[in-house]
Design a binder for this molecule. Structure first.
Ligand code: AMP
Length: 655
């Protein structure tokens, strides 16, 4: 069955183009957010509770830094939990389902508040206060959400590190965040296999220069672990003592820091994306109402992980702020079978679902009957994000479930969608292959990367940029590095101080945008954003490796995979095929142990030299093109054509 959609939305006007005629409700809505941001955002700010009202909507006096809702005081945990617990204490707030351990737990708003207060009391007992950092390294269990909300409650800054990262990656993040305390668990589980967390955490703390004073351990009974005397705390014992303790919400200035979340860029050092309290709460509340069309009392199901931005915005904070129950899931989309998610949709009457294209491509290989075995009548739409959504995948899932499938494009940095369709304002028809149109508050521009000229005519490929100020909810700065924030994001287009997304895009005649890939060295593997430089640094640390290039190569299932080309100090080490295979195995294990399996290249190939320019710059784009059997383009600057030829020969016959 083909999904039915309402009419196509008229294009939002170019912010600078006053001639554009407005024909749809969304265009009016968007226009108001751009032309009269003060009244627009004042209205949106009513979606949350304020302890003290704000005096100024946006202080844009120090570009590129923007402060939203200046003078106001609020609290994310109050808005996500307490205000709903006061009115609807018995309604479900957090539904946890694990197909890995075969458990399910439904936690009401009142129970959630009690759990969060108990966790907040534990943190307070350890001396954690406003502005202190708490690092969270956890699998998908309710205690991870309790920990985030407890931090928000007492004004501590949380920094969640994805559980798939291993000790070196974790150690780097510990050193940057300098947490007073770390919350962790004995283990996660993946495809029925226990994945211990504690040994990786202990190793990371050993490697890090910074020493957290305490580690709060949740013991799921999955993997026995050693406790470090005087440092490791037992969550269950503390909970037994502290459940019932009241811990009031700390009212925080709107521009206080709520959390940092590390993301990859062009250097090996990850950036701590820093977010505020008030702007984030308002942006999430507005996106829940106007984009996702989620309503209080309903259930929202995002299949992401709390280690990523989607998990922050649309597993924990967004749905709860909107008064919805949020479904948190531990497991894969296909175990025990491909019906597992859809069974949850039926059982919990999910109305809005959020997932990633890779998950859909995984489902595509399963029995299609699994998708229709359950009653999906509660579901209004499926949103997909995190990586390009190819047209066949979008069509396949829309047909299979008979629901609108909405792509949304955004980044860790923005915290909520830049481009999509605002279903809460006007159910518009998606164009497959396009995430949609600019969301309210975003002054999106396509620019010529070299000249900074706006590309206003349709179908011109340009850099997707956003004009200052970024709307509420977007990053405030890079944690402890304002200079890096300005240099990385606001200085890449000549002559213009605009925010660069580092994505190429074009806009069609109807005003719909199409994302055409990254302009930097960031790759996207199964919706996971990885920096090739971080992987290169890890591979180059192997004693046999002299030099390495890592590129992202198109992959039918994962969107992209990482591929490494290494030059050895002694080429004879990989002369025999069995030696090359053994060395490749060693290098891949090194990546697994240091960064995590999520960053593991699909192959490490050994070459005599790497393609570089005469000035010594690595030509990653040319390598990528050759790996994808594309024309590497203008190679006028290539130093030695033999380097590219060798990669070409190695990749011949691969698809
Ligand atoms: P992350 O910060 O991990 O959310 O990754 C953000 C990057 O993922 C973007 O800059 C894009 O390159 C890519 N991305 C995210 N969503 C989409 C989408 N809907 N379509 C195409 N690319 C996307």
């Amino acid at each position: 069955m083909r999904a039915k959609f309402a009419r196509r939305v008229a294009p939002p006007p170019n912010p600078n183009d006053k001639e554009m005629t407005m024909t749809s409700r969304y265009v009016d809505f968007y226009r108001r957010s751009i032309d009269d941001p003060d009244s627009f955002w004042t209205e949106q700010a009513r979606l949350i509770d304020w302890e003290r009202p704000f005096d100024q909507v946006c202080d844009a006096s120090h570009p590129p830094f923007a402060r939203w809702f200046v003078g106001g005081r609020t609290n994310l945990c109050h808005n996500a939990v307490d205000r709903h617990a006061a009115r609807r204490p018995a309604d479900p707030a957090l539904i946890w389902a694990s197909s890995e351990v075969g458990q399910e737990r439904v936690i009401s708003f009142a129970e959630l508040q009690a759990e969060v207060e108990a966790m907040a009391a534990m943190l307070r007992e350890q001396g954690v206060g406003v502005g202190d950092r708490v690092l969270i390294y956890m699998p998908m269990i309710p205690e991870a959400a309790f920990a985030m909300l407890a931090c928000a409650r007492i004004g501590a800054i949380h920094s969640v590190v994805f559980g798939g990262f291993a000790s070196h990656a974790l150690a780097n993040r510990i050193d940057d965040a300098e947490p007073v305390l770390i919350v962790s668990a004995d283990a996660g589980s993946r495809n029925g296999k226990v994945v211990p967390y504690k040994p990786l955490l202990d190793e990371a703390i050993r490697l890090a220069a910074h020493r957290p004073a305490a580690v709060l351990m949740v013991d799921r009974g999955l993997s026995p672990f050693e406790r470090v005397e005087g440092r490791d705390l037992d969550y269950a014992a503390l909970r037994a003592r502290l459940l019932g303790t009241r811990v009031a919400c700390e009212w925080l200035p709107s521009d206080a820091i709520s959390y940092t979340l590390y993301t990859s860029g062009t250097t090996g050092r990850p950036k701590g994306v820093q977010r505020d309290v008030g702007g984030y709460a308002v942006a999430l509340a507005a996106s829940m109402a106007h984009i996702y069309d989620g309503r209080a009392g309903e259930t929202f199901f995002s299949t992401s992980d709390i280690g990523w931005v989607v998990g922050h915005s649309y597993i924990v904070y967004g749905p709860l702020i909107a008064g919805m129950a949020t479904l948190m899931y531990e497991g894969t989309p296909v175990s025990p079978d491909a019906a597992v998610w859809w069974k949850l949709v039926e059982r919990h009457r999910v109305t809005v679902m959020f997932s990633a294209p890779t998950a859909v491509r995984v489902l595509k290989k399963q029995d299609p009957a699994c998708l229709t075995r359950h009653d999906l009548s509660s579901l209004r739409a499926l949103f997909l994000a995190g990586e390009p959504l190819d047209e066949p995948t979008a069509r396949w899932i829309a047909d299979a479930i008979g629901k609108p499938v909405i792509d949304n494009y955004w980044q860790t940095e923005t915290g909520w969608p830049i481009l999509t369709l605002a279903r809460g304002i006007e159910p518009a028809e998606p164009k497959f292959g396009s995430p949609g149109v600019p969301m309210f508050g975003y002054r999106v521009r396509l620019l010529d990367e070299r000249t900074g000229e706006p590309l206003d005519e349709p179908r011109r490929k340009g850099l997707l940029a956003i004009e200052f100020p970024l709307p509420p909810g977007c990053m405030q700065t890079v944690w402890r590095d304002d200079e890096r924030f300005v240099r990385t994001y606001w200085s890449s287009v000549p002559g213009r101080q605009v925010y660069s997304t580092f994505d190429w895009a074009l806009r069609d005649e109807d005003g719909y945008y199409f994302i055409l890939g990254r302009s930097d060295d960031v790759i996207n593997v199964a919706g996971h954003r990885l920096g090739t430089r971080e992987i290169e640094e890890c591979v180059a640390g192997h004693p046999a490796v002299a030099e390495v290039a890592v590129v992202g190569v198109a992959d039918a299932l994962k969107g992209q995979v990482a591929m490494a080309f290494a030059v050895l100090k002694d080429p004879a080490r990989a002369a025999a095929p069995e030696d090359a295979l053994a060395l490749e195995g060693e290098i891949l294990r090194r990546v697994d142990q240091q960064l995590g399996a999520v960053a593991r290249p699909s192959r490490v190939r050994f070459v005599g030299l790497l393609p570089k320019t005469r000035s010594g710059k690595l030509l990653r784009r040319a390598i990528q093109a050759v790996c994808e059997h594309r024309d590497p383009g203008d190679l006028i600057t290539l130093d030695d054509p033999a380097a590219l030829q060798q990669i070409h020969d190695l990749m011949k016959g691969t698809s």
